[in-house]
Design a protein around this ligand. Structure first.
Ligand code: PLP
Length: 512
């Protein structure tokens, strides 16, 4: 493809992308294809001769689009959203054009420096305490990671190194000696990472990657599935009994199942009770709900992170208008990361890195090469402005409230299982054989209601007009509905509710 062919192809691709966005609301949100649908449509071997852009683009239309799940559809109400916006796409275009895997500052100073500046912008936009800024006295700062899972695995490795080195130093061994390293390896298997049983699976995976144990703190429906101080204390005491060393605690701001928020303040108070608990690395995983902090009315939550929290992550690619991948991780002390992850062979050395006056982001993450993701974040923040971003959060939270009110309004059919939060409503179908419970609490924890809820959920997704997800909370089968992508609108939320009501009535009628 030469320069002029690229110009024509790029124009045509942009037109096609715009037409795709225009068509998204009318497309079936889930594709009607079977597993393996694509292989017969694509030649078995790659083409020997060059093909035209027209041919390639035609195949996108006829072979790829039919197999897409349309995450941008306003009828997509499953999982959590994965947003994309025009300025974000432009950021991706420039990033691809500049392709400069800036693992060291020298490899492309603009990539590193813009990332540092933009991470400070993000921290300020979210009202994070000043300790997470790159300009802080404590040498904090932010780094863009591929995903929340990468961020969590990265900080768990850093937390393990910090704790195990402290333990070995306390035994009087000297860093850099064989004895020191051997002792670290002896102690590592006794280290344990903690998180609630509602924490995303990335915490358990992070512990696995860090080569340590993992234990979960139980949650209860009566606490809205949040981690409480008393439950955590019980697990910490059990670890002590079992002679394990807790080194990392994941707290969640917006769990995957129900968007519940762990009890930060009281948990931090428990960690102050023993000197060894004070050494635990506390991480706040706000992969989805962290975006809400951009709106002033939620920023009080971030005040809890000023003390006793070592790191925080949120995925701008979920709810904050930047496309995947844009997971932002902030740490209180950058040396916790670089002490664990800086391995510098001769070929990576250069005068700037050696002077220690620049940031080399390869030492803040697992991968060496990195994409220029700061550009798209910069473009989005500038295009929307803080007011535009706040407006998006407020509008979608209000849509969530509308949906929750609709569910409450049909208490003959539905019961809300956990407190609706940050656009998410978690509910189930009532068992009509059990009389209404007007208190709103879950009253019929039985298999009949579970079976009906599952049937309704499956029928809705099979028909594909809207896409929703289900999960199990404290043994109860529930439906989750969240409408928060940039195309979300009230008419779609109301339509989704009508579909759920119609399908529920249909299933209840058929019930033997
Ligand atoms: N943490 C929470 C609370 C999540 O909801 C999710 C995914 O939905 C993750 C972590 C993992 O995110 P990622 O796909 O960026 O690894």
């Amino acid at each position: 493809m030469d320069r002029e062919e690229f110009r024509a192809a790029a124009h045509s691709a942009i037109d096609d992308i715009l037409a795709y966005f225009d068509s998204v609301p009318d497309r079936r949100v889930l594709p009607a294809v079977d597993p393996g649908y694509l292989r017969p449509l694509i030649p078995e071997n790659p083409p020997v001769e060059s093909e035209s852009w027209d041919q390639i683009q035609q195949d996108v239309d006829t072979k790829i689009k039919p197999g897409l799940t349309h995450w941008q559809s306003p009828n997509f109400m499953a999982y959590y959203p994965a947003s994309v916006t025009y300025p974000s796409i432009l950021g991706e275009m420039y990033s691809a054009a500049f392709t400069a895997p800036a693992f060291n500052w020298l490899c492309s100073p603009a990539c590193t420096e813009l990332e540092t500046i933009v991470m400070d912008w993000v921290a300020k936009s979210l009202g994070l305490p000043a300790c997470f800024l790159s300009t802080s006295e404590n040498l904090g700062g932010g780094v863009i990671q591929n995903s929340a899972s990468d961020a969590i695995a990265t900080i768990m490795v850093a937390a393990r190194e910090r704790r195990v080195c402290e333990l070995v130093l306390a035994e009087g061994l000297k860093e850099g000696t064989v004895e020191f390293d051997e002792r670290k390896m002896d102690l590592q298997p006794r280290l344990v990472a903690l998180a609630s049983d509602q924490t995303h699976s990335s915490a358990a995976k992070g512990a696995l990657i860090a080569g340590t144990r993992f234990r979960s703190v139980p949650t209860r429906l009566e606490d809205d599935m949040a981690m409480t101080a008393s439950r955590l204390r019980e697990v910490l005491e059990k670890c002590e009994e079992d002679r394990l060393t807790p080194y990392h605690l994941t707290l969640t701001f917006g769990t995957t199942n129900t968007c519940s928020v762990d009890h930060f303040a009281e948990i931090k108070a428990v960690l102050q009770e023993r000197p060894e608990w004070q050494r635990i690395w506390v991480h706040v995983d706000a992969a989805y709900a962290g975006a809400s902090l951009v709106a002033d009315e939620w920023q009080y939550i971030a005040k809890d992170f000023a003390e006793g929290v070592d790191s925080f992550n949120t995925n701008m690619h979920k709810w904050l208008l930047v496309n995947f991948d844009a997971s932002v991780l902030f740490v209180r002390n950058r040396f916790d990361l670089t002490n664990a992850l800086d391995i510098t062979p001769t070929y990576l050395r250069n005068p700037y890195s050696d002077m220690g006056t620049v940031i080399d982001y390869r030492n803040w993450s697992i991968s060496l090469g990195r994409r220029f993701r700061a550009l798209k974040i910069w473009f989005v923040i500038r295009s929307y402005g803080l007011n535009g971003m706040k407006a998006h959060i407020r509008k979608t939270i209000s849509l969530g409230n509308t949906f929750a009110d609709l569910v409450r309004g049909r208490s003959d059919l539905f019961e809300i299982v956990t407190k609706p939060a940050f656009c998410l409503t978690v509910f189930r179908i009532k068992n009509p054989e059990i009389p209404n419970d007007t208190s709103g609490a879950v009253c019929n924890k039985d298999e009949v209601a579970d079976g009906i809820t599952k049937k309704v959920y499956e029928l809705i997704n099979t028909r594909g007009e809207i896409f929703i997800t289900s999960t199990v909370i404290d043994g109860i089968y529930v439906i989750r509905v969240v409408s928060a992508n940039p195309m979300a609108e009230e008419k779609y939320v109301r339509n989704a509710f009508d579909i759920i009501v119609r399908t529920t009535e249909e299933v209840l009628k058929k019930k033997p």
